[in-house]
Design a protein around this ligand. Structure first.
Ligand code: GAR
Length: 207
């Protein structure tokens, strides 16, 4: 099967993007190829990593578009079409997408969120997990739908919350799991092994 062409959308550090890139490079049989790293912020640190790896990069500065989300999404769509992307991975992409954009990529766009959804949607997940006193925290990969952090869950990883955890130590423990489950999620999606049934995602056996 031909490798699926993947665009990764970032806004900052890009460590999840780097994990996806490395996973694709490390295994000749990885079913996906990263063909574009696209940022909505020109200063995103992850762009330098991608460029150094020889991956095409593009910037669509969301600042230029203000509240005009449709125009911003159209500009991004143009880059995605140019790169002939078949799958989008959001990796710390901190900008809401229009329902139309989400619908047009339905089943082909995934995200990683630093919490065990449906708990702690939105921002500052680690601080909120500590504040709520939960004993387990973690991360979730999911299909992207128009509602924020709401799409069908693909994989999750849990980590214990320790008595002496700070936001930083907890975030680091969760991030290590993000770097493990996001490449695994992309592998499953690119290999056509995910079946969405309502809100549930079934993983089919490797064929
Ligand atoms: C990651 O922890 C990711 O899960 C989170 O932002 C961080 C980006 O780090 N995403 C969200 O909060 C999305 N709602 P990275 O740029 O190093 O991958």
């Amino acid at each position: 099967m031909a490798k699926k062409r993947v665009a990764i959308l970032i806004s900052g550090r890009g460590s999840n993007m780097a994990a996806l890139v490395k996973a694709a490079q490390a295994d000749a049989d990885f079913p996906a190829r990263i063909v574009l790293v696209l940022s909505n912020r020109p200063e995103a640190a992850g762009l330098a990593f991608a460029a150094a790896e020889g991956i095409p990069i593009a910037v669509v500065p969301s600042k230029l578009y203000g509240k005009d989300r449709a125009a911003f999404d159209a500009a991004m769509q143009a880059e995605l079409v140019k790169a002939r992307a078949e799958i989008i991975c959001l990796a710390g992409f901190m900008r809401l997408l229009t329902p139309e954009f989400c619908e047009s990529w339905s089943g082909r766009m995934i995200n990683i969120h630093p919490a065990l959804l449906p708990s702690f949607k939105g921002l500052d997940t680690h601080a909120r997990a500590l504040e709520e006193g939960v004993k387990f925290h973690g991360c979730t990969t999911h299909f992207v739908t128009p509602g924020m952090d709401e799409g069908p869950i693909i994989l999750q990883a849990a980590v214990p919350v320790l008595d002496d955890d700070t936001e930083e130590t907890l975030a680091a423990r969760v991030l290590a799991e993000e770097h493990r489950i996001y490449p695994e999620t992309l592998r499953l999606l690119a290999a056509d092994r995910l079946v969405v049934e309502g809100r549930r995602v079934r993983i089919t056996p490797a064929g």
